[in-house]
Design a protein around this ligand. Structure first.
Ligand code: FMN
Length: 163
């Protein structure tokens, strides 16, 4: 049995819906256990125990969200040289961009020598004003379907031993 760790952080709920959709897609794969965990409660042991990863967070101030960064700060050295070669993918929820957050996570994953199985999946909520940005988010079905498919792809590859 293989295991997929989905680490997530979300301020206004958008990323959480994306991570949950990915977990739903991955959960259809019989040979894979899915662990959906908030970044704040996740430490290096979970990384060591799982065979593949999905990292999911919003872009805040042209960077990954601080709580997600804290997860990587706490886990980077304890996991270094112990998880190389494992597959991963990235989910970003952004107002209008998301590329900076994705790039930051990719650089950390490169340091860990993980294998990306897909380009970062960025969902833009098009929130522009302070009111829109702080409002709870509702991610549309087409975007949730993309997240679900990415979770399913990662899980299928793990189960089949492709990655
Ligand atoms: C403090 C703050 C800074 C933000 N900075 C950016 C940014 O640099 N680029 C961007 O595309 N969106 C930015 N956003 C918008 C969020 O990425 C967007 O609202 C996203 O949907 C939040 O995801 P969440 O619902 O998972 O928290 C920012 C939001 C906040 C609260």
């Amino acid at each position: 049995m293989k295991s997929l760790l989905i680490v997530h952080h979300s301020l206004t709920g958008g990323t959480l819906q994306m991570a949950q959709a990915a977990a739903t897609g991955a959960g259809r794969e019989a040979g894979v256990t899915v662990r959906l965990q908030p970044a704040a409660g996740t430490g290096p042991q979970a990384l060591l125990e799982c065979d593949g990863y999905l990292f999911a967070c919003p872009e805040n101030l042209a960077a990954m969200s601080g709580v997600m960064k804290d997860f990587f700060d706490r886990c980077y050295y304890p996991a270094l040289d112990r998880i190389q070669g494992r597959p991963y993918a990235v989910l970003i929820c952004a107002g209008s961009d998301g590329s900076s957050a994705a790039r930051q996570i990719e650089r950390i994953a490169t340091g860990w020598r993980l294998r990306d199985i897909a380009p970062p999946l960025i969902v833009c909520t098009h929130a522009q004003t302070p009111e829109e940005i702080l409002r709870p988010k509702k991610i549309g079905e087409p975007d949730l379907a993309r997240c679900e498919e990415l979770g399913a792809t990662l899980a299928a590859g793990l189960a089949l031993g492709i990655f």
